[in-house]
Write a protein that binds this ligand. Sequence first.
Ligand SMILES: [Ca+2]
Ligand SMILES: [Ca+2]
Length: 99
Amino acid sequence: MTVVNDTLDEGNETVTLTLSNPVNASLGATNPATLTIVDDDAPPAVQFSSAAYSVGEAAGTATITVTLSAPSGRAVTVDYAAGDGRRSRRGTTWRRAGR
Ligand SMILES: [Ca+2]
Ligand SMILES: [Ca+2]
């Protein structure tokens, strides 16, 4: 069997192996069998695209970009907070579907 070594962080994958239609033999009790492909990829890192942003106060909105260091086979989420040192505002979860 050929196993593809991808680079996605993902869950282990399971394959069911089944024997059938033997010739000049009978099927034994150990059938089917399970092959588990164990993932070996580390989770990607999530971070701001820059350590500092600037926006004019008349702009109305500021666009802040968050990046993922590599695609992931899992759904990635991260919470964010914005504060001025005295008050803090926690926001909606940023979510990125895998792949
Ligand atoms: Ca891999
Ligand atoms: Ca993988």
